[in-house]
Structure formats: C-alpha cells, structure tokens
Design a protein around this ligand. Sequence first.
Ligand code: BG6
Ligand code: MG
Length: 213
Amino acid sequence: MVKGCIFDLDGVIVDTARYHFKAWQRLAIGLGFDFTEDHNERLKGVSRMASLRILLEVGGLTLPEHEMLKLAAQKNAWYLEYIMKMTPGDILPGVPEFLEKLRIAGIKAALGTASKNALIILVQIGLSHSFDTIVDGNRVTNAKPDPEVFLLAAADLNLSPADCLVFEDAIAGVEAAHRGGMRCIGIGSPAILSQADKIIPDFKDVTLDLIEF
Ligand code: BG6
Ligand code: MG
C-alpha cells in the first residue's frame, strides 16, 4: 500500500511552463534569436542552468560562465515578475481535492521539485501548508533523472522508497522516480510519458483507487 505521495511542482501542481517559456523567450529575443514552444519542451524538469545551456545551444552561442550566471539571474527576475501574479486559480484541476483525500486517508504528501522558486509559488497559490515536506532545487545537488530529490523526500517522510509513489509530468522525472525505486504516475500525454506506470491527463475526479496498485 502506498504510504506517501511525492509531487513534482511545475506541470503537476501548477502550470508554470508558460511563464518559464515567456521568460526564456524574452531572453532569447534579447540575444538575437527565437525560442519556440517546441524548444521549450526540452526544458521541462531541467534545472535553471541546464535550461540556459540548452537555450544557448539553440541560439548557437557559447558564453563564459559569468555571463551565463547573469543571464540566468535576468531570466529568473522576469519569471518572478510573472509568478508573483499567480493566484489559487492557477492550481491545476483537481489538485486540492486530491491532496485533501490523501490527508483524510492518512497518506503523506511531499513536494519534490527542481525549482528554487517552489516556496514562492506555493505561497502564491495558497498551498504552502499542504505538504508534509518540501524538497526543492535549493536542497538538491543532482538534477533529475538523478533520484536525489525523491529519495530526500521519502527520507523526510520516514518512508522507504517502495512505499512512495511519484507524480511527474517530465520524462526525466519519471526516470528519477524509477531509479529511486519508486513507482510513478505520469501527468500528461501517454505519447511523452510512456515509461510511467500509469498515466492520467490531470487530477480531475481522481479517487484514491488510482494509487492502489
Ligand atoms: C522545473 C521546471 O520544475 O524547475 C523547469 O520544469 C525549471 O522548467 C526548473 O527550469 C528550475 O526552476 P527555477 O524556478 O529554479 O528556475
Ligand atoms: Mg514538472
């Protein structure tokens, strides 16, 4: 039986991909090239600096580390402008209801995300008290598909990985869950998340039957 659920943030709890995209595109345009939604798909689940490296590769640019750090800071400043306007209305459908079902059933909930802005986002959308533990990009050294983020979350919950279930929208996240010895439910398209143990489009009308397998 599942004793703990670990949730990715971006694309699982909230749709922040469009804000990341807006900020990355603004940066790319300033650097003189275009960055499309297709390119943006490659950034899902990827850390901020790794995302910047992919963006620069798209633009055919190589820059020294100190310039890259400045660009990443600029992108994050724009991203923060956008996410500071988020409200509970930005939570993806069915998420609060599902978290409440877990709480009533005594199943623990953790957040496991690469984002360093996780707490700001949770406060904006009113979910900062909805998780038993939060493991974010500030606590993790190795990015997904390394399982570090999920293993830390399981340890915080005092659970063994086999008792935990991960919810992820990114291929790297599904791989991270499996490498950590956890099962994973994909949120999104079966075409992208074929490696997940189960796939659902979102949390709308989801019951606890979903996690009994
Ligand atoms: C992941 C997102 O959750 O967090 C990525 O899917 C993002 O797109 C990464 O780059 C890091 O986020 P942040 O907020 O620390 O820049
Ligand atoms: Mg995600």
